[in-house]
Design a protein around this ligand. Structure first.
Ligand code: ADP
Length: 392
């Protein structure tokens, strides 16, 4: 019996005709990346959303063909509608080289929970990029992206070469936070030149899709888009690439974390108990995939009444610090709630750049130093001396 491979699945899928019944779905580029996990096969077929009902038989035909391949236990096939304008990550383009541990975010089971530290398969690094770190949070709205941006800028003004990758495919925010417009241009083939803002190299799905384009993303597509944004971008020489993770600690985030060769993760949390529980989940998520947690940053939360605009602030000061101590991870610092941080952040004028002398900018710079210290701690791969970080 031939081994069950992606190639074998694609070969078989060539028997399935596309919507016009002329060419097959593989040649038409309609099939997403194929993911195989213990005999389960997952893929999606990209179609025009207006034809979803009409093309259901195409889906069942493809599912049947895949199920009939010897060695396949289950085939989970979904129709998807995805529009990506211009060059860049596309489910229709040939998929990137297979990620090390494929596991579609919404289709398959999460990887084994019992992963022992030190057993994670090695994921290839990104040439020229020395360290990749994730900034994650248990839930949305805790200021993760704002923190990621100011952290990246803090490291940059401290003398490091820094890039930021917006891994939030569903709600990219970096173009807005860094006030970058335009579209990354191809350099050669599929490789894109990253955008630049305030000295950072930046890549986000927000540069590649029209803002109002409705997108239905399926797990394999998200992974394909992420790997392309990571590997098909000319990042150049970087000391640090900061990955702004999508909020949450579910299977989708876990899967994404596994696609990126992470040196460590920073968790952003508000001080409230609820957020702390989530932060702990985030911590566990990274531990499960053998990624060191570099520490926790506490950021304040607020409630903004949608009716009257009144902001209620819920202070529960110090919770994250205590929690970090309890969990034995570094506490990297606390950032108070501040309307200037919010205003500047939302205007695409991050405070580290737009008001560098402010207390908040200083804070972010201090936290950046701590994060860098954690990154290079025990890092045997760091062969040249660390860039000179000067505290003001
Ligand atoms: P997340 O990435 O966790 O969803 P964002 O970074 O988008 O969160 O932040 C959510 C909102 O909170 C934004 O309007 C942002 O400007 C604001 N915000 C973040 N941190 C602070 C802070 N320390 N003080 C005031 N507002 C903040």
């Amino acid at each position: 019996m031939a081994a069950l491979t992606k190639e074998l699945v694609l070969e078989n899928l060539k028997r399935v005709k596309g919507p016009e019944l002329v060419e097959d779905i593989v040649s038409l580029g309609m099939v997403s990346e194929v993911v195989i996990n213990e005999g389960d096969v997952y893929f999606s077929i990209n179609i025009d959303p207006s034809r979803a009902a009409e093309l259901e038989p195409l889906r069942t035909a493809a599912q049947q063909v895949a199920t009939d391949i010897p060695g396949v236990k289950n085939a989970i096939v979904t129709l998807t509608a995805e529009k990506i304008a211009g060059p860049g990550p596309s489910a229709q383009a040939a998929p990137s080289p297979a990620p090390a541990r494929p596991n579609p975010a919404n289709a398959g089971p999460p990887p084994p929970m019992s992963q022992q530290p030190g057993t994670a398969p090695q994921i290839a690094g990104v040439p020229g990029v020395k360290h990749i770190i994730a900034v994650a949070s248990g839930k949305g709205g805790v200021g993760k992206s704002t923190t990621a941006v100011n952290l990246a800028l803090g490291m940059s003004v401290n003398g490091l070469k820094v890039g930021v990758l917006d891994a939030d495919i569903y709600g990219p925010s970096l173009p807005r936070l860094l006030a970058i417009t335009g579209r990354p241009q191809p350099i050669q083939g599929n490789v894109l030149r990253p955008m630049e803002g305030y000295g950072l190299k930046v890549m986000s799905m927000g540069f590649l899709v029209e803002e109002d384009t409705p997108m239905i993303w399926r797990g394999p597509m998200v992974i394909s888009a992420l790997t392309q944004m990571l590997r098909e971008v000319a990042w150049g020489d970087l000391d640090v690439l900061v990955v702004d993770m999508p909020p949450g600690t579910g299977d989708a985030q876990l899967t994404m974390a596994q696609q990126v060769p992470l040196a460590g993760a920073v968790i952003v949390s508000t001080p409230q108990d609820l957020a702390l529980i989530d932060a702990r989940k985030g911590l566990n998520m990274f531990r499960r995939v053998d990624v060191p947690v570099l520490g926790i940053i506490e950021n304040m939360s607020y409630f903004c009444c949608p009716e009257c605009g009144h902001r209620s602030e819920i202070f529960g000061y110090g919770g994250a610090r205590q929690e970090a101590e309890k969990l034995g991870v570094p506490f990297l610092g606390e950032v108070p709630l501040d309307s200037e941080v919010r205003r500047r952040s939302d205007e695409g004028q991050p405070i580290v750049i737009s008001d560098p002398e402010s207390a908040h900018a200083q804070l972010y710079k201090e936290i950046s130093v701590r994060v860098w210290d954690e990154i290079i701690k025990d890092d045997g791969t760091h062969s040249k001396p660390a860039p000179n970080i000067v505290m003001e």
